[in-house]
Design a protein around this ligand. Structure first.
Ligand code: SAH
Ligand code: DHB
Ligand code: MG
Length: 224
């Protein structure tokens, strides 16, 4: 059996145990597929992890960078109390439209706002509004901008905020420090930035799942 087959089988087993049948999340995946969007959303077992992180932090305000079809959005928004708020930033109007319908179908539109446009345009506006600080920030968009997203995440945080970034391993591609690929270079400088940032305590974990070998960086803001 290939490594990937083993990872997929074990991930399916974990999902069978811990992720209960979920028509709204299934419908969100189906809607993304029907719209021809890439299947690059997080794995179900990892969606649940994000929800648990939001729960343990008692998150009331969540910021997501990179909505796609709203799959990770729905997972995190489910941890919010009725007066909680999640803002998700998405460059593609097509993706945002599909996501908005799935979020509505999941009964979460009262808590979730999608802002369409490049995240680097939206973030300065958010900083000027009275919506922060965020309790949880999930960075999962264009990887070359991760260093800038981390800067904004710090600006929009408070001590105790958890900052999570997806795709920090990419089959070990991140270890290739000779790579000239913008996404790899962006992710590498992001990881170094997080590691050297005195205002956070951080780590990274590698994961295997039906989405392959990848990982998350996790940083908790400790100082201002
Ligand atoms: N978080 C989602 C997956 C996001 S995929 C999930 O796990 O379910 C990455 C998304 O980032 C794509 O929808 C892409 O259109 C969006 N994106 C890419 N560049 C962006 C940018 N500069 N600003 C905002 N969104 C961007
Ligand atoms: C890609 C982006 C992601 O956020 C992800 O989880 C997997 C793949 C991509 O751009 O290829
Ligand atoms: Mg991702």
């Amino acid at each position: 059996m290939s490594d990937q087959q083993t990872w997929t089988d074990v991930d399916a087993n974990i999902a069978d145990l811990f992720v209960h049948p979920d028509p709204e999340l299934d419908a969100a995946l189906e809607a993304s597929k029907t719209a021809g969007m890439p299947a690059i959303e997080i794995a179900p077992s990892h969606g649940k992890l994000l929800m648990l992180l939001a729960m343990v932090g008692g998150a009331h305000r969540i910021l997501e960078i990179g909505t796609l079809g709203g799959y990770s959005t729905i997972w995190m928004a489910r941890a919010l109390p009725p007066d909680g708020r999640l803002i998700s930033l998405e460059a593609s109007a097509d993706h945002a439209k599909v996501a908005a319908a799935s979020i509505e179908n999941a009964g979460l539109s009262d808590r979730v706002e999608i802002r369409v446009g490049p995240a680097l345009g939206a973030l300065p506006k958010i900083a000027k509004e009275d919506v922060g600080p965020f309790d949880l920030v999930f960075i999962d968009a264009d990887k070359e901008n991760n260093p800038a997203y981390f800067d904004w995440a710090l600006k929009l945080s408070r001590p105790g905020t958890m900052i999570v970034a997806d795709n920090v391993v990419r089959y070990g591609g991140l270890m290739d420090d000779a790579s000239e690929e913008p996404s790899v270079k962006g992710m590498r400088s992001f990881m170094e930035m997080v590691a050297n940032e005195p205002r956070v305590s951080a780590t990274a974990i590698q994961t295997v799942s039906l989405k392959g070998h990848d990982g998350f960086a996790l940083a908790v803001v400790t100082g201002e």
